[in-house]
Design a protein around this ligand. Structure first.
Ligand code: HMG
Ligand code: MG
Length: 298
């Protein structure tokens, strides 16, 4: 069976843009966030408070957060790997902060420069501070379906991090296929394993579409009860520390599929198609959404 409603987290302004080589103007990011919120997303990932040396494209996240309109009913979230990032996020008025670790040691080192165990130690004060400030805490697990450096990742490694996140007070746990290698049976198995420690309504699927498996993986995840998914308008994006990784699954494709299946999202597909065309053109990228391009040509 399938859920009646799926919550979509639009990650284009963060995951979609963080890998862009040339600096996207702040006002374009602001317009992107505003237009996405207006299209009806329950959650928009608006920026990232990480080291500007590591991810220069996200250096203006405070300016973006300061300039956006706040739509009632939309949660604006940002990435915070440590207390420095958390303090900046509070200052910027973030509704939700995201700690991001990995199920693979090698990826953890490349992405956040520490081991998995060290990352949990760094996240602990962030989690406490978020709790005290009444800010939602979300936790992401990279390489849940495979790692660019170590290959296969055991479901138990994903479950271990998920359990830590739950202990830290995460309201949602994101099972991320950073390099898009997972296939549906594997996805269902990992989601089911995580669901043994995290209530299934608090698990999210974050799929990069490198191997074209994302939609199938979303269906597989829904069949085990997952009803939160991340997507990026026009399929923007990629991860700077995952060679060859492409963007997230395109939001338009996910919306087309879910609405076609009679599953509500609260998001206006036509509006998102327009946003996808606009942002692709604005940053000189091909629109990677199949549904977006097809609907635009109609
Ligand atoms: P580090 O070098 O180990 O940390 O980096 P540090 O504490 O030693 O700090 C080094 C320098 O960074 C210092 O500056 C700090 O002030 C500064 P310096 O003294 O050299 O001038 N710094 C910061 N500046 C601004 N904001 C901060 C911050 N923290 C330290 N929050 C660190 C550790 C985690 C900071 C670094 O590795 C980093 O920023 N990594 C970011 C990696 C990243 O953003 N990756 C992409 C996002 S994750 C992702 O895309 C995956 C996801 O989509 C799921 C999936 O698909 O898998 C979520
Ligand atoms: Mg990602």
């Amino acid at each position: 069976s399938y859920p009646d409603y799926v919550k979509l987290v639009e990650v284009g302004p963060r995951d979609g843009l963080q890998n862009e080589k040339s600096q996207v103007p702040t006002e374009v990011k602001v317009e992107l966030v505003n237009r996405l919120a207006a299209a009806g997303f329950a959650n928009v990932e608006a920026g990232s408070f990480v080291s500007p040396k590591w991810v220069p494209q996200m250096a203006d996240s405070a300016a973006v957060m300061g300039a956006i309109e706040r739509r009632q009913g939309t949660i604006y979230s940002v990435l915070t790997p440590n207390m420095k990032g958390f303090e900046a996020a509070v200052e910027a008025g973030a509704d939700e902060v995201l700690i991001f670790g990995a199920a693979s040691e090698a990826f953890s080192q490349k992405n956040i420069n520490c081991s998995i165990a060290e990352s949990i130690e760094r996240f602990a004060p962030v989690a406490r501070a978020a709790h005290d400030a009444g800010i939602r805490l979300r936790g992401s697990i990279s390489c849940s379906l495979g790692c660019p450096y170590q290959g296969e990742v055991a479901p138990e490694a994903v479950v271990d991090v998920a359990r830590r996140y739950l202990d830290l007070g995460c309201v949602e746990v994101d099972v991320a296929d950073t390099i898009g290698v997972g296939t549906p049976r594997q996805t269902a198995a990992v989601m089911a394993a995580v669901a043994r420690v995290v209530p299934v309504e608090r698990i999210a699927g974050h799929f990069h579409d490198t191997y074209g498996q994302s939609l199938a993986n979303i269906v597989a995840a829904m069949q085990v009860g997952v009803a939160i998914f991340h997507a990026s308008v026009a399929g923007l994006g990629g991860c700077p520390y995952a060679k060859g990784a492409t963007g997230n699954v395109a939001t338009e494709d996910v919306l087309y599929m879910l609405h076609g299946m009679g599953i509500r999202t609260g998001v206006d597909l036509d509006a998102v198609v327009g946003i996808g065309l606009w942002i692709s053109q604005r940053i000189g990228r091909r629109n990677e959404s199949r549904a977006g391009n097809a609907l635009a040509a109609r």
